[in-house]
Design a protein around this ligand. Structure first.
Ligand SMILES: [Fe+2]
Ligand SMILES: [Fe+2]
Length: 279
């Protein structure tokens, strides 16, 4: 429950939470049959946390879909509070010069998927660049954003890996939808379950596949899909440490730390470090 006291003062109420119930996630409201002020508190809780006098707001992208962004009014910290502009106290603190391994340890969800896919590539005797590509292939899903994850992933890692690896990370998103008998890759059975038998690919995915098919690095991206474990074993724990040497040889870790080296994707790493900064 929020510490904002609705009805306490008009200022606090109008400045803090002006979300209408028309915008509210249905599940959120249905679970709240309380008074109007209690329901307003629930809405506030959804987009904004207040810890002591610090106001922590989610970017609209986190809530878009549950809420209609075109109808959410702009929000500013209510009097007496400050907006969070740095570390989120609910997250593990990152060092001043974060490494890739530190992001794995402190900011990625479902990292077992990445680690096990890379281990499979390693055990299968693939080239080190393939192992690293597998280790990074879903880094966007795990740490930043799910939609069009191949493209976000490519941009995130491009300054630090060979163009071949970042290209393959982008392209695996499209290649996952297309079988390749020559290496024994079939359309994922999980995709049938998740997207339905009648799912039709969008034109840009077809085009990406068409371009990739004739590209000299096709097999690099294809090998990501081959090692892309979607049925991974939760009981198997793979440590990032077994990839230390491969990362060292193929990932240009910036001395200043990821996020602070002024690279074209530094802001994306900083956003993962502090995803709830007000600006
Ligand atoms: Fe993927
Ligand atoms: Fe994957």
């Amino acid at each position: 429950m929020s510490s904002v006291r609705h009805g306490d003062t008009n200022t606090v109420q109008s400045n803090a939470i002006a979300f209408s119930e028309a915008n509210a996630p249905a599940a959120l409201l249905s679970s709240h049959s309380g008074s109007p002020s209690e329901r307003a508190d629930a809405l506030e809780e959804y987009l904004i946390r207040r810890l002591d006098d610090v106001w922590i707001a989610k970017s609209i992208l986190y809530a878009s879909g549950d809420l209609d962004p075109s109808t959410v009014p702009s929000k500013v910290p209510p009097p007496g509070t400050r907006a969070l502009m740095g570390d989120d106290p609910r997250l593990k603190k990152m060092s001043d010069a974060p490494t890739l391994a530190e992001f794995f340890q402190k900011r990625l969800m479902s990292k077992a998927h990445l680690l096990q896919s890379a281990k499979l590539a390693l055990d299968s005797g693939h080239d080190e660049k393939i192992v690293l590509a597998c280790l990074l292939h879903d880094i966007a899903v795990c740490g930043l954003i799910r939609a069009d994850h191949g493209y976000w992933g490519e941009q995130l890692i491009a300054p630090y890996v060979s163009e071949e690896i970042s290209w393959a990370v982008r392209t695996h998103q499209a290649l996952r939808f297309f079988p390749d008998e020559s290496v024994g890759y079939e359309y994922p059975e999980s995709y049938v379950r998740w997207f339905g038998e009648d799912y039709e690919l969008e034109p840009y995915i077809h085009e990406e596949y068409r371009q990739a098919r004739k590209h000299r690095w096709y097999m690099t991206a294809r090998l990501i899909t081959l090692n892309d474990l979607y049925a991974f074993d939760p009981s198997v724990e793979v440590s990032i440490d077994i990839f230390t040497d491969i990362i060292g040889r193929h990932f240009k870790q910036p001395r200043e730390g990821l996020g602070f080296d002024g690279s074209p994707s530094a802001h994306m790493w900083r956003t993962m470090i502090s995803p709830t900064r007000f600006l």
